[in-house]
Every structure is written in C-alpha cells, then in structure tokens.
Write a protein that binds this ligand. Structure first.
Ligand code: DGL
Length: 286
C-alpha cells in the first residue's frame, strides 16, 4: 500500500557535487525511490567555514527540502553532518517525524570493519577535521589509532571535474604524506567529494591501503530507516522522479552530474537559498 508519504522523495544535499556519490548509492540500493538533490554551490565550499556557519547553511537547505515535502533528509556532506546532526534530528525528526541520515558514522563503521592493523587514516575538510567527529566515532573501539589530515583542495578538483594530472597528484602526495608514513591500512575519504578522486588517492596511497567512503554504508542506513519506518515507495507507484537542484550556476554541475549518474540527470534546476559570505559572522538560527 502506498500513500503520499511513501511516494515522497528522499531529500539529499551537499555543498556541491560530492553528495552525488551518496545519491548514486541510494539509487542503486533503492531503485524505486524518488530523490530530490540540492547542491548548495552558491555557498561551496563548506569546509573552510566556521562550524556555526556550516550549520546555518545546512539548516537553510534542509528547511527548503522539508518545505518541498521530502520524507527523509540525507546530509550527504561530512562537514554538515559534523556541524548540524544533533540540531537537525531535533528540528526535523523529533518535531516533524522526518528521519535524518548522516555520513560520518557509516564511514567510520566501514573503516572499523576493514582495518587489520588498527591504524586508520582520515582525510576530510578543515571543518570536519576540526570537529573531531571521526575520532569520536572511531575511538569508541579499543586499540584504534587515527591519523587525520585536511585535504581542502580536493573539493576544488572534484568540483572542476579534474581527476588526473600532475597538479592533482602533487597535491595528493602533499596531503597524504603524513597519513601514509603513519602506516595506516585503511583510509577514510571523509568528504563526499573525495571518491571522485579515488584514482589519484589510491595511486598515491598504494594498493595495500583500502579506501573507505560513506556512500554504500550510508545508503544502507537509508534502506534500514525507510524499511523500519514503513515508508518505502512501492514498485507499483510508477517511475521514480529524480530532481537535481543547485543554488549557484547549473551548467558545470550538470556536466559532472551526467558524467557520474548518466541519463538520470535529465535537467538541473536553480533554486535560491540565502548566500552567506564566508567572512561574515552568522546569527544563531533556532
Ligand atoms: N562534500 C562535503 C563534505 O563531505 C563538503 C565539501 C566542501 O564544501 O568543502 O564535507
């Protein structure tokens, strides 16, 4: 039996193209589900911003997705997950009954399952590294060592669709050197943009290091929550609708999104959210 709630789309968002890695895993695991994606490209990157600002940006996007009628929110961005998860669950789950899924715990879970020597590397944005969210999630298990490093320019490369070349490899060597020399056997790609660069990252880290990203494991959390809440969309409900929105310029996003998701990306629309200059201080949003 299907009703309006079951039929409603899953709302997925990120600062840009990164969350498409998560959207793709959701579409693979749940092919009947409709997805509304927002890339907040007008405010990208989130990573260098203070946590309070990332929180405000993320709440603005999620408010809009909720106003558009999504049945679930997926924070497909580590920086936003670190900044806003607690508040988002209070604001949308407790008050409105809308489940909120994030990406940090799923990636941490995969890394803990994968590591053999207990040494886990984490690369992420400055906001995520500073939040300590991965340490909080990984150090719940005894005898685990975590080495983290920010890799901010990886977001620029991913947004520009640059996945090869000497500049990228040199940047990867610089960012990854401290992690590689610590002898990790598992590396968490702690920013949803980074799987676009897994070729370069894997090349620099070497084949003995397993790269872990949040996409697959996060999609499993989405699957579990939809099943347990009994809000799966039925296969009789017709073809799912995929809607892709950006808050900034849409052309380059469309090129990258098509490269990654193929014909599912029929059209990319523009939506407005408040732009926040990264230098301005933010006001508390309640
Ligand atoms: N993809 C995001 C993340 O997972 C944010 C990247 C950025 O905007 O800096 O952290």
């Amino acid at each position: 039996m299907n009703n309006a709630r079951n039929d409603a789309p899953i709302g997925v968002f990120d600062s840009g193209v990164g969350g498409l890695t998560v959207a793709r895993a959701i579409i693979d695991q749940l092919p009947n589900e409709s997805v509304t994606y927002v890339g907040d490209t007008a405010n990208c990157p989130y990573g260098p911003r203070p946590i309070a600002q990332v929180r405000e940006l993320a709440l603005n996007v999620m408010d809009q997705l909720v106003a558009d009628g999504v049945k679930m929110l997926v924070i497909a961005c580590n920086s936003a997950s670190a900044a806003v998860l607690h508040d988002a669950r209070e604001r949308y789950t407790t008050k409105l009954g809308i489940p909120v899924i994030e990406v940090i715990r799923p990636a941490a879970r995969s890394a803990l399952r994968a590591t053999r020597n207990g040494k886990i590397g984490v690369i992420a944005t400055q906001a995520t590294v500073q939040s300590g969210a991965y340490e909080d999630a990984l150090l719940t298990v005894p005898d685990i060592e975590v080495v983290s490093a920010p890799a901010p320019r990886f977001v620029e490369f991913a947004e520009a669709g640059i996945t090869t070349g000497s500049e990228l490899i040199a940047t990867a060597r610089e960012y990854l050197e401290p992690i590689k020399s610590a002898g990790v056997d598992t590396l968490v790609l702690g920013c949803t943009h980074y799987p676009f660069l897994s070729g370069a990252i894997g090349y620099v880290m070497g084949e003995d290091v397993l790269l872990v990203s949040s996409a697959e494991e996060t999609a499993k959390d989405v699957y579990r929550a939809l099943t347990e809440e009994n809000i799966l969309r039925s296969s009789d409900a017709g073809k799912p609708v995929y809607q892709f929105n950006v808050t900034g310029e849409s052309d380059s996003f469309q090129v990258l999104a098509r490269r990654f998701l193929g014909p599912k990306v029929a059209h990319v629309s523009h939506v407005d959210v408040p732009r926040i200059d990264s230098r301005t201080s933010t006001q508390e949003k309640l």
